[in-house]
Design a protein. Structure first.
Length: 184
């Protein structure tokens, strides 16, 4: 099995699970034991500084918590973008290129010079072994390459249509699919 870590899952218009309707998920882990990702386009109104005060200054706009998914919403996962992706950094686990997860128990001041920005997610999205592959094969998700800035866009509500539009062709046309149309 080839790892899908670092890929984007873009919800197909037919996917009507309210947890994932029009979402873009970055897969941060994909192993034989299952897959784990975070929803990139579900911002809350809770400032990062209100929950993790020492990390608030590193959070990019919008500097709020994001709903990472329906699993363990009381837990937090932090994505970061390194300024120099080739440098090894304690507490940073590379997902793809300059993007990776950061250990929130680390001292943010120690990371300030190396990190271009962070995004904090409450909860995550998870799949048991084979479940994600079945959902992709069933047409629930488009599996696409991401860009380093996808996890850090200033207007996360536009990410779903933005990612589809840049694919071109029929995929780009789906970006304009009305949200309230039933798909069979």
């Amino acid at each position: 099995m080839e790892s899908l870590t670092g890929q984007l899952l873009v919800a197909a218009p037919a996917l009507k699970d309210p947890n994932f309707d029009r979402t873009v998920v970055l897969l941060v882990a994909h192993e034989p034991g299952g897959a784990l990702g975070v929803v990139l386009n579900r911002a809350t109104e809770v400032p990062v500084a209100d929950v993790l005060s020492s990390w608030g200054a590193l959070a990019g706009e919008p500097a709020v918590l994001f709903e990472g998914g329906p699993v363990q919403p009381e837990s937090a996962i932090c994505l970061a973008r390194m300024r120099t992706p080739t440098r090894r950094l304690k507490g940073f686990h590379q997902v793809s290129g300059a993007v990776g997860t950061v250990d929130l128990s680390a001292d943010p001041e120690r990371l300030r010079e190396s990190i271009a920005g962070i995004r904090v997610f409450a909860g995550y999205s998870g799949w048991s072994p084979g479940q994600l592959e079945d959902e992709i094969a069933g047409g629930s998700w488009f599996l696409l390459d991401g860009l380093p800035g996808d996890a850090f866009v200033n207007r996360p509500d536009d990410l779903w249509s933005m990612v589809l539009r840049r694919q071109g062709g029929m995929m780009a046309a789906m970006a304009h699919f009305p949200p309230d149309v039933a798909v069979n």
